[in-house]
Design a protein around this ligand. Structure first.
Ligand SMILES: Cc1cc2nc3c(=O)[nH]c(=O)nc-3n(C[C@H](O)[C@H](O)[C@H](O)COP(=O)(O)OP(=O)(O)OC[C@H]3O[C@@H](n4cnc5c(N)ncnc54)[C@H](O)[C@@H]3O)c2cc1C
Length: 664
C-alpha cells in the first residue's frame, strides 16, 4: 500500500514524518512537510529555540543588488563555487544562489527585523569572498532572529489539527508534535535497508521509545566538539550523523573543516567575532615590531602591519575564511608576530568609533558581537583593538546526499532524490549535510544553505513518501520492537560500565581527542602528524571500550551514559576527518598541506597546490569496524568552467612552516 493512500492507518494512527533537529535546517523542513499536508514529529536535544542556529551573528547572503553594484545570483553562484575551491556540486549551489533573494524576502515578510537603509530598503553588508554587498543582517544576532521567525511558523503548525483524507478533523492530533530534550539513539532500518523511523531517548527520564516515520530527516547541525574547543555549542557532537554512518549512511568530505579567522582565544569555548566586523570596516593587524607587547590602543598607526590588506589589496580583510585563517596563522605562528606578546592578532574597529556618530553606527550594526567581546575578554572593543586567533567553526563535510539536476541547471523541484542520503527514506538538511560549500564555505552562506536545504528536503520527503511501496505504519511491531530492544541493550551495556575494569574517564578521553585534533588536523596538515593521529585514534577507540559510566544512578536520567554514545560518535567522526585528510594529497580550500603549496616550494614539480587532475572528487566514507573505508566520486562541474582561484595576492616569498607548527 502506498504511504500516501491515507493520512490515517486503519486503527486510526496518524502517519507522520520525522525531523530530528530544530535549527534552521530542521524547522524549514518541517514547514515544507506541513505545507504538503504531512504531519511531523520533531525531536531535538534542546528546545528548538536554543538550537545552535541562534548563535549565528553576521547575516545571510542573497544577491538582491539593492545597492546597484551589478551583483546577481549567477555571480553569487560563481563565487560560492570558487570560494569552495570548485569542490561543490554545481547544481545544488546554483539552486541555492538563485533561491536566495526569495528566501530573504520571505524571511522579511515573516517579520525578521532586518536592518534597513534610511529609505527603508533592506540593508546589505559585505562578507568574505565577494566584493559585493550581499549579506542581509539583523544587527549581529541574525541567526537568532531567523530561528525565532521559523519557530513561530512551526508553533502555528503545532496548533493546526490533522485532517483525514475527507477533511474531517482528527481529535487531539496536531500537525506538529515537538519532543524537546530527546536524543537520537538509533535509526530503524528494515531488511531492505529502508529507514522506517527512529529510536529516541528522553533526556529527562532516560526512556527509549519508537517513532515510526514515513520519511526521516536528520537536521542535527555540525560536529565542532570533535575538536574539543570551537565556536560551536557543547551539543554539537555530530552524534546523530555518526549514528547514521554506523548504520550505513555515507559520510562525505569529512576532511573539510572550516577554521574561522577571528575568535577570542580561550581555554574553553572559543567565542566567535563575526566576519561582519570586517564587513563593516574592521581591520586585522599586528605590531610591525615582533617584540612590541604594548596594548593595541597605544601602538601608533605607522607601527602597524595590516598584513591582509598588504597581501590582498583587492579583497583586503575579506578574503575567504580558509585564506584569512592561514594568513593569520602564518603571520603569528611562523613569522613570529603577536598581539600584546600573545599568540593572536588584533581585529580593530576603534578607527570607526572616533566620533560619537561613528560609534553609534558601529553599535547599531555590531552591538551583539562586540558585547560578547566585552563580556568575555573584559575590554571595551570600541576603544581597544580586540585580540583574535583562528578557531574551528564549521564542517563542510557531512552526510552524503543526492540531487537531481533540472534543465536550467538548478535542482529539479520535488524530486525525491534531492537531499536523500544513501539510506533510502533518510534525508539530511542543514550543516549536517555536505552539499553546498565544497572545500570552503563562504561567510553567510550557511544560514542560506540551511533554509534552502529545508525548502528542498520537505518536498523531497513528501515525494519519497508518495512513491514508497509501503508505509512505516503498515508494518507489524516486530521491526520496531527489535530496534528498541537493541537500543535498550546498547544503553544498558554503557550503563553497566561501573566496575573497576572501566578505568577510563570519558571526559578526559574527549579532552585528549579534542586537543589532538585541534593541534594536528586544523589549519595546516602534515602527513607524519596525520599518521600519528590515526594511530592515536585507533588506540583511543580501544581505550573507549574501558570508558566508565561515571554516574551510577539508575531508573532516572544518566547524562554520562548518554555522553558515552556521543563520544563513540566523535571518535568515528575524528577517524573520518583524519583519514580523509591523510589521503587527500593536495591543497584545496580548508584542507591545506604546506608540502603541496607552490609558494613555499616553487621548484618542486609535485607542489601544484590544488590538483584538479586527480582530486576534483568528493571523498566518501563508509563504516567498517576497523575504521572508515574511503572511495571517491567525481564532482558535478557541468555548469561552470574551472577557473584559477585567484584573490589577487601580492606575491612575496613566504617562510616555510615547520612540521610541528600547529602545536599550541
Ligand atoms: C558562532 C557562530 C556564528 C555563525 N554565524 C553565521 C552567520 O552569520 N551566517 C551564516 O550563514 N552562518 C553562520 N554560522 C553557521 C550557522 O549558524 C550554522 O551552520 C547553522 O545555523 C546550522 O544550522 P542547523 O539547522 O544545521 O543546525 P543547528 O542550528 O545546530 O540545529 C541542530 C538541531 O539538531 C538537534 N540535535 C543535534 N543532535 C541531536 C541528537 N543527537 N538528537 C536529537 N537532536 C539533535 C539540536 O537540538 C538542534 O535542534 C555561525 C556559526 C557559529 C558557530
Amino acid at each position: 500500500m502506498a504511504a500516501k493512500s491515507s493520512i490515517l492507518t486503519q486503527s486510526g494512527t496518524v502517519r507522520r514524518a520525522i525531523v530530528v533537529g530544530g535549527g534552521l535546517g530542521g524547522l524549514m523542513t518541517v514547514i515544507k512537510l506541513c505545507e504538503a499536508g504531512i504531519p511531523v514529529d520533531i525531536l531535538s536535544l534542546v528546545p528548538v529555540k536554543r538550537s545552535h542556529s541562534a548563535c549565528a551573528q553576521g547575516g545571510i547572503n542573497a544577491s538582491v543588488n539593492i545597492k546597484g553594484e551589478g551583483d546577481s545570483p549567477e555571480t553569487h553562484f560563481f563565487e560560492t563555487v570558487k570560494g569552495g575551491d570548485f569542490l561543490a556540486n554545481q547544481p545544488p549551489a546554483k539552486g541555492m544562489a538563485y533561491a536566495a533573494p526569495g528566501i530573504v524576502f520571505m524571511l522579511d515578510r515573516m517579520g525578521v527585523p532586518f536592518n534597513r537603509t534610511p529609505e527603508g530598503n533592506l540593508d546589505f553588508r559585505r562578507f568574505g569572498g565577494t566584493l559585493f554587498h550581499r549579506t542581509a543582517f539583523a544587527g549581529a544576532t541574525t541567526g537568532q532572529q531567523l530561528l525565532y521567525a521559523l519557530d513561530e511558523q512551526v508553533r502555528r503548525w503545532e496548533t493546526i489539527d490533522v485532517e483525514d483524507d475527507k477533511g474531517v478533523t482528527i481529535p487531539g492530533e496536531k500537525m506538529v508534535r515537538k519532543f524537546e530534550y530527546w536524543d537520537l539513539a538509533s535509526l530503524v532500518i528494515d531488511d531492505e535497508g529502508v529507514c522506517r523511523g527512529v529510536i529516541g531517548q528522553d533526556l529527562k527520564n532516560g526512556e527509549l521509545r519508537v517513532f515510526r516515520g514515513d520519511a526521516v530527516c536528520l537536521a542535527t547541525g555540525g560536529p565542532g566538539m570533535v575538536f574539543g574547543r570551537s565556536t560551536n555549542s557543547v551539543i554539537n557532537t555530530g552524534s546523530a550523523a555518526a549514528i547514521a554512518y554506523r548504520q550505513g549512511a555515507t559520510y562525505a568530505n569529512g576532511e573539510f573543516i572550516q577554521v574561522h579567522p577571528t575568535a577570542i582565544p580561550g581555554t574553553d569555548k572559543l567565542r566567535l567575532i563575526s566576519e561582519s566586523v570586517r564587513g563593516e570596516g574592521g581591520r586585522v593587524w599586528v605590531p610591525k615590531d615582533r617584540n612590541d607587547k604594548r596594548p593595541g590602543a597605544q601602538i601608533p598607526e605607522g607601527e602597524r602591519y595590516y598584513f591582509l590588506e598588504e597581501r590582498y589589496p583587492k579583497y583586503k580583510n575579506l578574503v575567504p575564511r580558509d585564506i584569512a585563517s592561514r594568513e593569520i596563522f602564518r603571520t603569528v605562528v611562523h613569522e613570529g608576530f603577536s598581539a600584546e606578546g600573545q599568540r593572536a592578532a588584533f581585529l580593530d574597529v576603534t578607527h570607526l568609533c572616533k566620533t560619537p556618530s561613528g560609534k553609534a553606527a558601529v553599535r547599531k550594526k555590531l552591538e551583539g558581537v562586540l558585547e560578547i567581546y566585552e563580556k568575555f575578554a573584559g575590554q571595551d572593543p570600541y576603544d581597544n583593538p580586540m585580540k583574535i586567533f583562528p578557531a574551528v567553526h564549521y564542517s563542510m563535510g557531512g552526510l552524503w546526499c543526492d540531487f537531481e539536476k533540472a534543465e536550467d541547471g538548478t535542482l529539479k523541484a520535488q524530486s525525491a532524490r534531492n537531499q536523500a542520503t544513501s539510506i533510502p527514506g533518510l534525508y539530511a538538511s542543514g550543516e549536517v549535510d555536505y552539499q553546498y560549500h565544497g572545500a570552503n564555505r563562504l561567510g553567510a552562506n550557511s544560514l542560506l544553505s540551511c533554509i534552502y536545504g529545508g525548502m528542498v528536503t520537505g518536498p523531497a520527503m513528501a515525494a519519497w513518501r508518495e512513491g514508497a511501496a509501503k508505509s512505516a505504519f503498515d508494518y507489524g511491531s516486530a521491526l520496531f520492537d527489535k530496534a528498541l530492544a537493541k537500543a535498550k541493550a546498547e544503553h544498558e551495556a554503557f550503563a553497566s560500565r561501573t566496575g573497576s575494569e572501566f578505568d577510563v574517564n570519558p571526559y578526559q578521553l574527549h579532552d585528549e581527542l579534542g586537543d589532538m585534533m585541534l593541534n594536528k588536523v586544523t589549519v595546516e596538515r602534515h602527513n607524519a602528524e596525520l599518521d600519528e593521529v590515526l594511530g592515536k585514534i585507533a588506540e583511543m577507540k580501544q581505550r573507549f571500550k574501558r570508558a566508565a559510566a561515571l554516574d551510577r544512578a539508575s531508573g532516572t536520567m544518566n547524562q554520562p551514559v548518554v555522553f558515552l554514545r556521543h563520544l563513540q560518535g566523535m571518535l568515528d567522526l575524528a577517524h573520518i576527518i583524519t583519514k580523509g585528510a591523510r589521503e587527500r594529497e593536495e591543497c584545496r580550500g580548508a584542507h591545506y598541506k604546506p608540502v603541496y603549496d607552490p609558494e613555499l616550494h616553487p621548484n618542486d614539480p609535485k607542489a601544484v597546490g590544488r590538483d584538479d587532475q586527480n582530486w576534483l572528487k568528493t571523498t566518501l566514507a563508509t563504516y567498517t569496524p576497523e575504521g572508515p573505508a574511503l572511495s571517491y566520486e567525481p564532482v558535478d562541474v557541468s555548469l561552470l568552467k574551472l577557473a584559477v582561484r585567484d584573490y589577487g595576492k601580492v606575491k612575496k616569498p613566504a617562510e616555510a612552516p615547520k612540521a610541528d607548527a600547529n602545536a599550541r
